[in-house]
Write a protein that binds this ligand. Structure first.
Ligand code: HEM
Length: 431
């Protein structure tokens, strides 16, 4: 660990470990947002992988659900969209915290985006946006991402502590997203604000109350409606909004459906990549031998990027709903059951990944991980995420001998988005 980095959470982790092993198995619920915030969730999954890899939680804040915790079982669920449907939600919904009025408001506000659809509608809508995120589109974007990465890094203070999440991770991913949407550049931080408001519970992020969250979403919706109206009346262009407004498969979407796809792209393009950028700094500080190897050999950047995506697992889970009874690991998931694929656990499954606790930037098969999912919903932005990481690290190594973490990061209070609210660092000097 880097000098001065103090693990203030070790007591909480020890307590969580005790609870994970002392709770009767039939009552065990691994979906604790607070455990994720305290980096204390590991023991729950370690126990489940060993003792009950396909596990039923009969009662929780999220209702009853199955936990799939081993790599190959997760792959089997993710690649079987006929049995495991995305149409009734793709993440655990914290419904128990909401009043009936709040639930009604939320349902009104949320039409499905294509991540929450099954074929054929899913495939049609995915096809509309995928060209912007395919290699040719990315090649066009790369010089701009590099230029922006350089500007961000050149503006950082030297020898003074600052928050890496705020000044680098958020800035780079928001700039990239603004480019993809052709969003007014000077207002790009709105995208970060909206994304954070959508993914964190009121009181644990930028909005304090449920009402404030709904108002923030309404602002976001109005803004993107104005962009749609402008683009639909202009010539087709290469940005995502223009593509949605002109493509035959999506030009007749209702405004609710359009907004859901926008929200999907805002969240997909923001949090995940942001948390991987922060995760790479944190992981390399925790494993200084790996940081030394990277400095000595920048050709290791691509495998370091993939290893960070595995190690971090920016989305802890995705969930599905069973359309029929299905046998797995000696258990039967019943039609209508919620089935949660814990990528965060599968990525630590030592029956598939050698020494999975170790952060190792020289793995033989670094892209062997579950973090992007598999099957028809496999992350459509995965190459863009890797490209941003690749570029920012080439530019970091060209400028700074070290980015040093000076305190334990503050983690996100969520069992879905696995990331960092703050990561205090110092850059002692330039090259
Ligand atoms: C390290 C960064 C990222 C991670 C870990 C990640 C992870 C994921 C995961 C787990 C899924 C669902 C897979 C499944 O259900 O099988 C997904 C889907 C998706 N991601 Fe990403 N993502 C990342 C970056 C991005 C970026 C940069 C974008 C776009 C700008 C993006 C856009 C999407 C979209 C649109 C989907 C829905 C795909 C579909 O339903 O067909 N993601 N992502």
């Amino acid at each position: 660990m880097a000098d001065g980095m103090i693990d203030v959470l070790s007591e909480k982790r020890a307590l969580a470990e005790k609870r994970a092993y002392e709770t009767p198995l039939e009552e065990l619920n691994p979906a604790w947002a607070s455990a994720f915030r305290d980096d204390a969730h590991w023991a729950y999954f370690e126990r489940l992988r060993r003792e009950d890899p396909v596990h039923w939680t009969p009662e929780s804040n999220y209702g009853p659900f199955w936990s799939i915790t081993k790599y190959n079982d997760i792959m089997a669920v993710d690649t079987n969209h006929e049995v495991f449907s995305s149409a009734n939600g793709i993440a655990l919904p914290p419904k128990a915290n909401l009043t009936p009025e709040m639930l009604k408001a939320l349902n009104r506000a949320s039409a499905p985006s294509f991540i929450g659809m099954d074929p054929p509608r899913h495939d049609e809508q995915r096809k509309t946006v995928s060209p912007a995120l395919a290699p040719a589109g990315l090649e066009r974007m790369a010089p701009q991402i590099r230029e922006r990465a350089g500007l961000i890094l050149d503006s950082l203070p030297i020898g003074e502590p600052f928050d890496w999440v705020d000044l680098v991770s958020k800035e780079l991913t928001t700039m990239t997203l603004a480019t993809l949407f052709d969003f007014p550049f000077e207002e790009r931080r709105k995208l970060t604000h909206w994304s954070d408001a959508m993914t964190t519970a009121p009181g644990h992020g930028p909005v304090a109350t449920f009402q404030e969250r709904m108002a923030t979403l309404a602002d976001c919706r109005d803004y993107f409606m104005r962009l749609w109206n402008a683009r639909v009346n202009a010539e087709p262009a290469g940005d995502l909004i223009s593509m949605l407004a002109h493509a035959p498969q999506t030009r007749n979407l209702t405004m609710d459906e359009y907004f859901s796809n926008v929200a999907l792209l805002i969240i997909g393009g923001n949090d995940t990549t942001r948390n991987t950028i922060s995760g790479s700094i944190f992981a390399l500080n925790r494993s200084p031998d790996q940081y030394d190897k990277l400095r000595a050999n920048p050709d290791l950047i691509p495998s370091m990027v993939s290893e960070t995506i595995r190690w971090q697992t920016p989305l802890a889970h995705m969930s599905r709903t069973a359309t029929q009874d299905f046998e797995m690991g000696g258990k039967t998931t019943k039609k209508g059951d919620k089935v949660v694929m814990w990528y965060v656990s599968g990525n630590r499954d030592d029956s598939v990944i050698t020494d999975p606790e170790r952060y190792n930037i020289e793995r033989e098969r670094p892209r062997q991980h579950l973090s992007f999912g598999f099957g028809i919903h496999r992350c459509v932005g995965n190459r863009l995420a890797e490209l941003q990481l690749q570029i920012i690290w080439e530019e970091i190594l060209a400028r700074f001998p070290e980015v040093r973490v000076i305190r334990e990061p503050q983690r996100t209070h969520s069992a879905f988005v696995k990331g960092y609210e703050t990561l205090p660092v110092i850059i002692p000097s330039r090259n």
